[in-house]
Design a protein around this ligand. Structure first.
Ligand code: F6R
Length: 249
């Protein structure tokens, strides 16, 4: 694992944007796997800036998002499709038909999961997958003790994740309890993985991901088995790594 620590959130986010930008410059028809949540927001702002300057062209890019809440339509304010339109896709020259986010209101969610996998395969697989990490070590919505072989599937969210998501909903009862998520197997097939983690509340999960043995109790630890992973951290997220023999910072 390639671990990079930056002074602050802005630097870590800009560095992450540079890795994504380099991918698109290197291969204009890249297939990108993307994440939502607060972590990638500044990265997306930087990508929008580079696109506005004419440096980045998204016209041949295809994207697959990690996940979507089950039960929320794509135009729901809290849906992940809406998040992506607002924070990235609506501000760069993406082709609408090249945007893939699981459909949270599909008539048959199991069929939607298989169809999502089929579309990833048909696109030639994900070239670069961007990830955040949950406080409990989840990636996508693959919660602790998930199997490492899973493909896109319907998942039950843990109370910790529901609690972390509650800040975006007016009423706690409205927070979705299930999602469609790429599986660990799907994520591990990406050719490159870039994980961004920021803030002290991620420090424990970051330590488990990189310093402890691979263990489904920390789903992100599976990334130790991937051959091309870059982890970008701000200082607070890296604080628990100082006594970790596996890591030379
Ligand atoms: C988002 C996703 C999640 C988040 C994680 C961190 O698409 O799959 O795994 O990356 O929950 O969320 P934030 O960035 O809000 O701390």
């Amino acid at each position: 694992m390639n671990i990079r620590v930056f002074e602050n959130e802005l630097q870590a986010s800009q560095a992450t944007a540079l890795l994504l930008a380099a991918q698109i410059l290197d291969k204009p028809a890249s297939v990108l796997g993307l994440a939502t949540g607060s972590t990638p927001l500044k990265t997306y702002q930087e990508l929008i800036r580079l696109s506005g300057n004419g440096i980045l062209d998204w016209s041949q890019v295809t994207t697959f998002n990690l996940d979507e809440y089950l039960g929320l339509a794509g135009d729901h304010e809290q849906s992940y499709r809406h998040f992506m339109m607002k924070n990235l896709f609506g501000k760069v020259n993406m082709r609408p038909e090249a945007i893939n986010v699981p459909d949270g209101i599909a008539a048959d969610p199991a069929v939607e999961c298989m169809e999502f996998e089929r579309r990833i395969r048909q696109a030639g697989g994900v070239d670069l997958q961007l990830l955040g990490i949950g406080r409990n070590g989840h990636i996508g919505f693959n919660e602790p003790d998930t199997k490492f072989t899973t493909l896109t599937q319907v998942v039950d969210l843990t109370e910790d994740t529901i609690d972390a998501n509650a800040r975006f909903f007016a009423d706690a009862a409205d927070v979705p309890r299930q999602a469609i998520s790429m599986g660990i197997g799907t994520i591990m097939r990406a050719k490159k993985i870039v994980l961004l983690a920021m803030g002290a509340d991620k420090a424990r999960a970051v330590r488990s991901m990189v310093c402890n043995p691979v263990d489904p109790a920390c789903p992100a630890s599976v990334l130790q088995l991937h051959g091309n992973v870059t982890i970008l951290l701000d200082r607070p997220a890296a604080t628990a790594l100082s006594h970790c023999p596996e890591v030379t910072l």
